[in-house]
Write a new protein. Sequence first.
Length: 95
Amino acid sequence: MFGAGPRASFDERVLETLVERILRAADDLGARAVVLELPGRHDGLISAERAADILLATVGREREYDVWTLVETAEGRQRVMELTIEERKRMRRPM
């Protein structure tokens, strides 16, 4: 459990910091699987798509996990899946 601080001060920067702390803890534990409800999602303080963007940017290429499970609403899951599909299409397009 990681505290996000007061709701009124929650923003993308807070989320980035929390995600980094969570991933560092997973790395320190030698975790190969991660189950995560992204901070701010339960209360709707950040969109599912933006939270997923921040997670992926923070994970970067230097971390490797075998399994990711995001705890998300059905609607949020659908939006993240659409974002993922679009990102894959974008990456496949010739430059």
